[in-house]
Write a protein that binds this ligand. Structure first.
Ligand code: GLC
Length: 552
């Protein structure tokens, strides 16, 4: 029995459990950090980040304390969707470097005990991929069935009503053969046909290619979309749809997503990873908890970490977060390991969503909840929305559906390293504008301020590393009254209490949980020491350590 459940077992078992924890898998106890490579560090002055840039900044990531770097796509690509349109799964785009440089990055990261997780994009290729180039040539081409081709409706028009994530029909008529191909995203991103065994085989070889190079795992892009309804039925209309929403919300994704046959595919991917030791399969899945948890697979033979995006969409108050935690924990299959994601390259940043003060609460929450945390580069600096003037907008989603504010550029902007010109990101012209406050909001500056958000992240990660109770211990929500969330993390004799004030107002906490407690960390980083009653300031979060009789 291990110390990573919701409740706690009997005392005799506890000691042996904490000894076992040393052997917890890295992806359970570690912190995952997403690097958007175009914007992390440029090393050759072209204004776009690259692999050598990431390698140069490994010292920073090691200092921050994260355990694994997930790198968004770096493969050869026409960059219509900034690398999520892949023309060769087994290469590196010259913008980012070379395979040799990739190998060096892996070697250097591993030397520092940092894991490398790659983005794996199986749902679609680029239309420039040789497979698609062949597939489109004729109805009888041997790769025809590698993609999803259909005749139009008898009276004309696309085969069904499916909508592309980026607006418009999900079908494009290809004049060469006068058939439509399916693209769940841009028309430059044709969907592969995962019902075809040859496609599976070829795509599993891709996994092996990178695993053989030492990659520690994959974040699988849009995993829940891979298999489509065999009959391609129309999706039903969404009764809640409003014209201010993107077109993708017009219909309910009943037949183009989350199909039962997907789980066989996920299990097959997992089986490929399981031929290697200690690798992780992470799924990008936007589904409610009851559906999300099915991606752990039967007998946990699916993804080890189906990404949990609940914090991204949550209403930001203590009761709502308590409800989410309870609902998620209850939905988890026995033995399924939880995870929490605070941000990614597709979503408004946390500091924009909840404001600067609550971004500190969010940091505490992410790094003290039970489950693997995933953070997004720059969130530790408090980056919010960077203004991108209309003439600089890059994201095609915005261009396809103008006026709805759909561009993802404002949270993909260059990482500010210091106060020098272009924030130390590039010697050239950055591909997206820099955060306007970069002269103060940068790594160099914030590392020198003991109470900065960056230092808070650093401290929290160190504490998580130092205490098994925080890394992999049990969790118990105690309450969410008055907009203060209180929960406990415990393992063996070690017990922590976390109290997070989601409001702007002071709150007095009097609780039996505080008796004999020591304040270890406040997100204001200005106090510590013994407490029995606690005055929590507005937007303050604290981490308390329970003392046990006879112990310091
Ligand atoms: C995922 C990626 C997103 C991309 C899309 C299509 O959602 O995170 O950035 O545009 O898939 O690949």
């Amino acid at each position: 029995m291990q110390c990573n459940g919701r409740g706690s077992g009997d005392d005799n078992e506890r000691l042996s459990r904490s000894v076992e924890l040393i052997h917890e898998a890295w992806w359970k106890r570690g912190v995952i950090y997403e690097v958007y490579p175009r914007s992390f560090q440029d090393s050759n002055g072209d204004g776009i980040g690259d692999l050598n840039g990431v390698r140069r900044r490994l010292d920073y990531l090691q200092w921050l304390g994260i355990d694994a770097i997930w790198i968004a796509p770096i493969y050869p690509s026409p960059m219509a969707d900034f690398g999520y349109d892949i023309a060769d799964y087994c290469g590196i785009d010259p913008l980012f470097g070379t395979l040799k440089e990739f190998d060096e990055l892996v070697r250097e990261a591993h030397r520092r005990e940092l894991k490398i997780i790659l983005d794996y994009v199986p749902n679609h290729t680029s239309d420039a991929h040789p497979w698609f180039q062949e597939s489109r040539t004729s109805h009888t081409n041997h790769r025809r069935d590698w993609y999803i081709w259909r005749d139009g409706k008898p009276g004309g028009g696309p085969p069904n009503n499916w909508v592309s994530q980026f607006g418009g029909s999900a079908w494009t008529l290809d004049p060469i053969t006068n058939q439509y191909y399916l693209h769940s995203f841009l028309s430059q991103q044709p969907d592969l046909n995962w019902r075809n065994p040859e496609v599976r085989e070829a795509m599993f070889e891709v996994l092996q290619f990178w695993l053989d190079r030492g990659v520690d795992g994959f974040r699988v892009d849009v995993l829940w979309l891979l298999i489509k309804d065999a009959a391609f039925r129309d999706n039903p209309p969404n009764p809640m749809y409003r014209p201010t929403q993107p077109a993708i919300d017009r219909y309910l994704s009943l037949y183009n997503a989350d199909q039962p046959e997907i789980h066989e595919v996920v299990a097959q991917m997992r089986a490929v990873l399981d031929r290697y030791s200690d690798r992780v399969l992470i799924g990008e899945i936007y589904l409610p908890f009851n559906r999300l948890v099915t991606y752990y697979g039967e007998n946990l033979n699916g993804a080890q970490l189906p990404f949990n995006f609940a914090l991204i969409h949550a209403s930001w108050n203590a009761q709502e977060i308590a409800r989410l935690v309870a609902e998620y924990e209850n939905a988890l299959p026995s033995g399924g390991w939880p995870n929490w994601v605070l941000g990614n390259h597709d979503q408004p940043r946390i500091a924009e969503r909840v404001g600067e003060s609550q971004a500190r609460i969010a940091a505490m929450l992410l790094l003290t909840l039970r489950g693997t945390p995933t953070m997004y580069y720059g969130d530790e600096l408090g980056l919010a929305r960077t203004a991108v003037p209309p003439e600089f907008i890059q994201d095609l989603w915005e261009k396809n559906e103008p006026g709805l504010g759909l561009s993802r550029d404002p949270w993909r902007t260059p990482f500010p390293w210091d106060a020098s010109i272009n924030a130390g990101f590039t010697t050239g012209r950055p591909w997206l504008p820099l955060e306007s406050a970069y002269r103060t909001k940068n790594v160099k500056c914030l590392r020198q301020q003991y109470d900065s958000l960056l230092m808070l992240y650093h401290r929290l990660i160190q504490l998580r590393k130092a205490h098994r109770a925080l890394a992999v211990g049990d969790a118990l929500v105690i309450g969410a009254d008055d907009n203060v969330l209180v929960y406990e993390r415990g393992c063996g004799e070690e017990k922590f209490v976390v109290a997070l004030n989601f409001s702007d107002n002071d709150r007095i906490l009097r609780s039996s949980n505080l008796v004999d407690s020591t304040l270890v960390l406040s997100n204001y980083m200005d106090r510590e020491g013994p407490v029995s009653e606690l005055n929590l300031r507005g937007n303050e979060g604290v981490l308390l350590r329970r003392r046990f009789p006879g112990r310091a």
